[in-house]
Design a protein around this ligand. Structure first.
Ligand code: SF4
Length: 493
């Protein structure tokens, strides 16, 4: 889409709105004047003595439309606020022009960004009452009543979790970048075991070395690990013996007295054995994810999974037999080959399995996944909307509550991912990572460390995505742990 910005340079705001409204479009900034018949978006900004006004003119598919928004200059209390308000009216003008041109109203209205809950939390923290915060969502951002309600409930869960965290509390993430086979929609870095079996052992050795260095940094910086999350990939591709070795080292090198939860993703049922589950229980792993994504054998086949819905039921029976786990099950709305009726059956079947947590994702067509390369046929946005509405109403009926939520780029219909939980079974890690409540220290393949300071300052660093590269850079990664010590030292100063 050709974008013309007049008298401003709020490119990021414009691109965020472009991606939200038209996810298949990419921004172009022509240096030549508009040509007759071209589709375009032209957004102008005028800051006067009393008012700043943004206006947008759009031509799309031959139809001309327009929109505008304004803000009083008296509300610019400082340059940061001014910047944020101007960027907001630029987005709103674009949004209103799109709606004027016939674009269907998105459920999230003019709200862009991956963490809609942050705005709700900010409003509540600033002292706004719940009705006032809801009004801002409705009137200033045009968010639907359902999404506004969802946001309020997740924001309340975040604020409650935040109260329980101390300044030196952190989460530890461990990335295991292997899976039995690669799912078609996967954009993670996971290596299929079939192709990279020989790398597992050297990767595991490197991981233990990195864990040792991380634990040393955690001790030196005086940090308290409150949650451990092992993801990937599929961590249960590791053998029972390897899982035992890893957790034994964790117990001997970390002070586990502050630990409130340990989660292990066992996403693929074809990796779950009773022996592995008993090993995890022996080390106090209390949360596990068994992720069907769908309970339809046909859809499982469409996404390249080598197992059936029956395998998922059997895996879950093993988890229950081992006992003592809070279970999460991930589902995805919008998978290729799925439809509203099949998805509804998936929801009903998963509810009958009574997991404590159910996470309902919307398919995100990220680059790197073979779905985006193969252009697989997908349910349209209206169908995905129906799927999510059904999921929400059933989950509420079965006494699950939404407790975290986020959006991603390239999501079907601009919807969201929502973590639902039975009361008291919420995952602290999920809230912490999504809402940036504390630092996430991360080791392993594709892991990303996020150092969070009060006030929201964040520093990130990444481990290499591929096992081979991870193994080669292991020494460097271990040396980099000094960053954690320095970060907290500066924080103290
Ligand atoms: S199980 Fe998850 S991480 Fe592994 S290939 Fe499938 S989507 Fe990717």
């Amino acid at each position: 889409m050709k974008l013309y910005l007049v008298d401003h340079n709020y490119r990021y705001a414009v691109e965020q709105m472009l991606l939200t409204l038209f996810p298949d479009e990419r921004p172009e900034y022509p240096t030549t004047p508009q040509e007759e018949g071209d589709d375009y978006v032209k957004i102008a900004l005028l800051v006067g003595d009393t008012q700043a006004r943004a206006t947008c003119r759009m031509r799309r598919g031959g139809k001309i439309s327009g929109g505008g928004a304004f803000v009083p200059v008296s509300s610019f209390t400082d340059s940061l606020v001014k910047n944020s308000k101007l960027s907001q009216i630029v987005k709103l003008a674009f949004y209103r022009a799109a709606l004027d041109g016939g674009h269907p109203k998105p459920v999230w209205g003019a709200l862009t960004g991956v963490r809609p809950g942050k705005l709700m939390e900010k409003l509540l923290r600033e002292g706004k009452s719940i009705p006032e915060a809801l009004k801002v969502f409705r009137e200033e951002y045009d968010v639907s009543p359902e999404r506004t309600g969802l946001c309020l409930r997740t924001a309340e869960a975040t604020l409650k979790a935040a109260e329980t965290l101390g300044e030196k509390d952190v989460c530890l993430y461990i990335g295991i970048p292997f899976c039995p086979t690669r799912c078609d929609y996967c954009s993670f870095v996971s290596q299929s075991v079939e192709k990279s079996m020989a790398l597992i052992e050297p990767f595991f050795e490197a991981l233990l070395k990195e864990l040792h260095a991380e634990a040393e940094a955690i001790r030196t910086a005086g940090l308290r690990v409150v949650s451990i999350y092992m993801g990937g990939g599929t961590p249960t591709t590791l053998s029972a013996e390897q899982l035992d070795t890893l957790f034994t080292q964790i117990e001997s090198e970390l002070d586990c007295s502050y630990l409130r939860e340990i989660t292990v993703e066992a996403g693929r049922p074809d990796t779950i054995t009773l022996e592995k589950l008993q090993t995890l229980r022996k080390h106090n792993v209390g949360r596990i994810s068994v992720n069907p994504q769908t309970m339809s054998d046909r859809v499982l086949q469409c996404i390249g999974r080598n197992h059936t819905a029956e395998d998922i039921r059997n895996a879950l029976a093993l988890v229950r037999q081992a006992g003592g786990f809070t279970v999460n099950m991930d589902l995805i709305a919008g998978l290729p080959g799925d439809d509203v009726e099949t998805f509804q059956k998936t929801i009903d079947q998963v509810l009958s399995l009574t997991p404590e947590n159910i996470t309902v994702h919307t398919l995100s067509r990220k680059r790197g996944s073979s779905l985006s390369e193969n252009e697989a046929p997908l349910p349209d946005a209206a169908a995905v909307g129906e799927m999510l509405d059904y999921a929400a109403s059933q989950l509420l009926d079965f006494a699950y509550a939404p407790y975290y939520l986020y959006r991603q780029k390239f999501m079907s219909g601009g919807f969201e991912n929502v973590g639902w939980s039975k009361p008291g079974s919420e995952s602290l890690y999920n809230i912490c990572i999504m809402e940036e409540l504390c630092s996430i220290l991360a080791i392993g393949g594709g892991a990303s460390t996020k150092l969070v300071a009060p006030g929201g300052v964040i520093k990130r660093s990444f481990c290499p995505k591929y096992p081979k590269e991870y193994i080669e850079k292991n020494d460097e990664l271990c040396e980099r742990k000094q960053e954690i010590i320095d970060w907290y030292r500066e924080e103290e100063l």
